[in-house]
Ligand binder design. Structure first.
Ligand SMILES: Nc1ncnc2c1ncn2[C@@H]1O[C@H](COP(=O)(O)OP(=O)(O)OP(=O)(O)O)[C@@H](O)[C@H]1O
Ligand SMILES: [Mg+2]
Length: 515
């Protein structure tokens, strides 16, 4: 293949020839020929030839409007054998796409390589297109729809998306919904999972509710800055610049796999559908990205409130041109035969992409250490009972503490199950209620070492002291624990230690006052 400079010169020669054929030239009386001349011929990125017409020295009776007429461009395209367009600049420059003719083939499989990731916050790689790898910042994508028939590559794509989110250094929280319980199993136990993976309409509704509440919380925090941030990156940079007492907020990504099936089951008058509508409409401003995956999206399923916000649409292979039309506004995906191949619309501009492949093993490598067999919900209950209730699994107190997040019925159910498994034991008297066992705590922590023994658990305040010794005496948690010991314990050791610690605290605060 000729080098681009030669190709560009050849294109310029053919353009002049084509224009002369059309009569865009001037015949002098003595039989000489004045053709259109060029001010410059350049090439860009080996892909385009830019041929600038010298408009100040056009042959007599040749006008710019003749040179840019669609019929002229059409003729030039035929003569050059490559698309010839007018560049949108002042003057007149023809642009020839040099590479358009050799249609590069996309590979059947391309492994995600994070070393290619461009710098920037929350940048996500989609895959390889004919123009190169496609990487986009989450903030630009708004909400995402992922459609395709069975085995087309939806779940693999979601896996790659989540993997990438977990492999960057900024904070992120994940909320996952998966009716079949298969897609995200590998993500169970990653610390960024903010809620147990939802496998039912009720669980999904709970997630959607929690997210709307988080949205309200963020709205209040935004307002508290007094600076009207418009998006999460703005809020976070204001927070860091202002030395604010509030902390940076993580980006939230909520993925609903099998969304079509989920809504079919829940119905369109459900709380779930209503809450998702609210999240779709307002969530983006607060750093909440929703991802909806499913097999066949009906035109009416994504109601307008959601549709308007779905700027990124990934359509894998599908059965009918109609399906492709519903998602992309354009047919074409029905012709796809390769798994992982998709047509992706970014705000209306459609690109064909072989999406990045991420092996399951890479995802499994994300988990550090052994994983707790308990769900995140079960773990927080155990933690709360241990840290706040002195080891008592008190249903009423727990229900109160997790109001709106975990129902009393669920806590009662767990209490019965765990007692039967020997993870909760009845205290000496009825009033003592059930207590958590060391085995349960160890299961909740999912790791060994530094865990309380049964003896420590039976004397919870010694366990608390142990913790205190490892805490920063200036921290709130330290003060809270200390108060608890002073108030609740009548063990002489606890009282003595509390007294010492309190004195230490007082001295410290006097020191800092005096300084
Ligand atoms: N990006 C990819 N590159 C190469 N192969 C892929 C890619 N994505 C998917 N595949 C292949 O296609 C198979 C099916 O993909 P996947 O499980 O993602 O389908 P799906 O669309 O989620 O199907 P379902 O609707 O049944 O859940 C994968 O096991 C894999 O072999
Ligand atoms: Mg799937």
């Amino acid at each position: 293949m000729d080098n681009p400079r030669t190709q560009a010169r050849e294109a310029a020669r053919l353009i002049r020839q084509g224009l002369t054929q059309l009569g865009h030239c001037y015949q002098t009386r003595d039989g000489g020929l004045v053709e259109v001349s060029f001010a410059s011929v350049q090439f860009v990125e080996d892909a385009y030839a830019l041929v600038e017409v010298d408009t100040r020295r056009l042959p007599p009776r040749v006008t710019i409007s003749k040179l840019v007429h669609p019929d002229t461009l059409h003729h030039l395209t035929a003569v050059v054998g490559k698309p010839v367009k007018r560049l949108n600049t002042t003057g007149l420059t023809y642009c020839v796409a040099l590479k358009a003719q050799k249609k590069q083939r996309l590979p059947k499989m391309i492994e995600l390589d994070l070393s290619h990731r461009p710098t920037g916050d929350y940048v996500i790689g989609f895959g390889l297109s004919r123009e190169g790898e496609v990487w986009k910042p989450l903030e630009k994508l708004r909400h995402i729809v992922v459609a395709g028939s069975t085995d087309s590559g939806k779940s693999a794509f979601l896996r790659s998306l989540l993997y990438q989110l977990l492999k960057q250094s900024l904070p992120v929280e994940l909320y996952l919904t998966d009716m079949e319980g298969l897609t995200f199993a590998a993500f169970e136990g990653v610390p960024q999972l903010a809620h147990p993976i939802a496998e039912s309409v009720e669980d999904a509704t709970q997630i959607a509710f929690q997210l709307t509440q988080e949205m309200e919380r963020r709205a209040a925090l935004y307002q508290a800055t007094g600076r009207f941030p418009e998006k999460l990156s703005e809020y976070n940079s204001q927070i860091s610049n202002l030395h604010s007492p509030f902390s940076i907020l993580p980006w939230i990504v909520a993925v609903f796999d099998e969304f079509t099936a989920l809504i079919e089951e829940a119905g369109k008058s459900s709380d779930l559908y209503r809450l998702i509508g609210q999240l779709a409409m307002r969530g983006r401003k607060y750093g909440i990205t929703l991802v909806f995956a499913g097999q066949d999206f009906k035109a009416d399923l994504l109601n307008t409130r959601i549709t308007n916000q779905l700027r990124t649409r990934v359509q894998f292979a599908c059965a009918t041109a109609y399906q492709s039309q519903v998602v992309l506004g354009k047919s074409g995906a029905e012709k796809i035969t390769t798994p992982g191949r998709a047509l992706i619309s970014f705000g209306g501009k459609i690109t064909e992409v072989q999406t990045f492949w991420v092996e399951k093993e890479r995802v499994l490598g994300l988990r550090r250490g052994p994983v707790s067999p308990l769900s995140a919900e079960e773990r927080v209950l155990v933690h709360h009972a241990l840290e706040e209730l002195g080891g008592k699994f008190n249903i009423h107190d727990l229900a109160e503490a997790f109001k709106g997040r975990i129902s009393q019925r669920r806590i009662e159910q767990l209490s019965r199950q765990w007692e039967a498994r020997g993870w909760l034991v009845a205290g000496p008297t009825r009033a003592d209620g059930k207590r958590i066992t060391a085995e349960l705590v160890n299961l909740a922590e999912g790791r060994k070492g530094n865990m309380p023994t049964q003896e420590q658990l039976d004397r919870p305040f010694h366990w608390a002291q142990d913790r205190m010794m490892r805490l920063d005496p200036g921290s709130d948690e330290f003060k809270r624990l200390m108060l608890k010991i002073a108030e609740d314990s009548d063990h002489p050791n606890d009282v003595a230690i509390a007294r010492i610690l309190r004195r230490k605290l007082r001295e410290e605060s006097e020191d800092s006052d005096g300084a």
